[in-house]
Design a protein around this ligand. Structure first.
Ligand SMILES: Nc1nc2c(ncn2[C@@H]2O[C@H](COP(=O)(O)OP(=O)(O)OP(=O)(O)O)[C@@H](O)[C@H]2O)c(=O)[nH]1
Length: 256
């Protein structure tokens, strides 16, 4: 989901009256500031209501948010320190995916396909309280594979809402078995109750991505379907600002 009344992609609303609502801005920085060869692009994917937005927000802000509106796919940018080195991290939230009636194919918006193509690493999320959301993971992974048919795909599987043990429909064993079949690691997490668990989950994936990229983005796999980078409002805004800066530079150099 998208944050209610999100004033600008990449920032958090600061005017909501909800007690549960987060008031802390997520710092955004221009693409030009991205560290060369040190940009990690992650996409968070999963069925409806599993806690994709809640996990991202928890990771970036240490806070849990309760109020949302439908997710339109915000992109969050952050600098993080990994193993003592600064890395530019971009995390793409996505609208939900759903299984088709035959339970094999996926309803997956074009915007999500773009995000999958763009990303270096994948957080596949289900809710431990919703077996259907677990069932979407395997087809979802196959879908990612179709877009990136060759190469290593850094992926982690997250069983969210681990605070709701009494409502559990998916066992930890099922999570681990599925993660192993995808070639990733399984994490159980609670965006609601535990920041540390969520934090180490995302950091693990960042490290996997850096390893897979071999320290440089230039080597990124290119075998798959060619799709443009996702057009999140955040990216549009950054492009607009970039154009603005360029045109002001041109103007000032021509007036000299
Ligand atoms: N108990 C509990 N509730 C959670 C947790 N994470 C998220 N929720 C709640 O689950 C609901 C869905 O969370 P979202 O983060 O919006 O889920 P989403 O996957 O982005 O949802 P879509 O927009 O439908 O794709 C919200 O009511 C959250 O408050 C969790 O760890 N524990």
């Amino acid at each position: 989901m998208r944050l209610t009344g999100d004033p600008a992609p990449g920032t958090m609303n600061s005017s909501s009256g909800s007690g549960n609502f987060l008031l802390v801005p997520i710092p955004e920085y221009p693409l030009l500031d991205c560290l060369p060869n040190k940009t990690v692009k992650i996409v968070v994917l999963g069925a409806s209501n599993v806690g994709k937005t809640a996990l991202i927000v928890r990771f970036l802000t240490k806070r849990f948010i309760g109020d949302y509106e439908a997710n339109t796919g915000a992109l969050y940018s952050r600098k993080v320190t990994l193993d003592g080195e600064e890395v530019s991290l971009q995390i793409q939230d996505t609208p939900c995916v759903a299984l088709q009636d035959d339970a094999e194919g996926l309803y997956c918006q074009e915007q999500i396909n773009r995000s999958i193509y763009w990303a270096d690493g994948y957080v596949l999320v289900f809710s431990i309280t919703d077996h259907n959301s677990y069932s979407t993971i395997q087809p979802l992974y196959q879908h990612v594979r179709r877009i990136h048919p060759s190469g290593n795909i850094p992926v982690i599987l997250v069983g969210n809402k681990s605070d709701l043990l009494r409502a559990r429909q998916v066992s930890a064993d099922e999570g681990e078995t599925l993660a192993a079949s995808l070639g990733g690691v399984y994490f159980e997490a609670s965006a609601r109750e535990n920041h540390e668990g969520v934090h180490s989950t995302f950091l693990h994936l960042c490290q996997e991505v850096i390893r897979a990229l071999g320290g440089g983005n230039g080597e990124k796999r290119r075998g798959g379907l060619h799709l443009a980078r996702p057009k999140s409002p955040n990216m549009q805004e950054l492009k607009r600002r970039f154009r603005q800066v360029l045109s002001s530079k041109v103007k000032s150099s021509t007036t000299l």
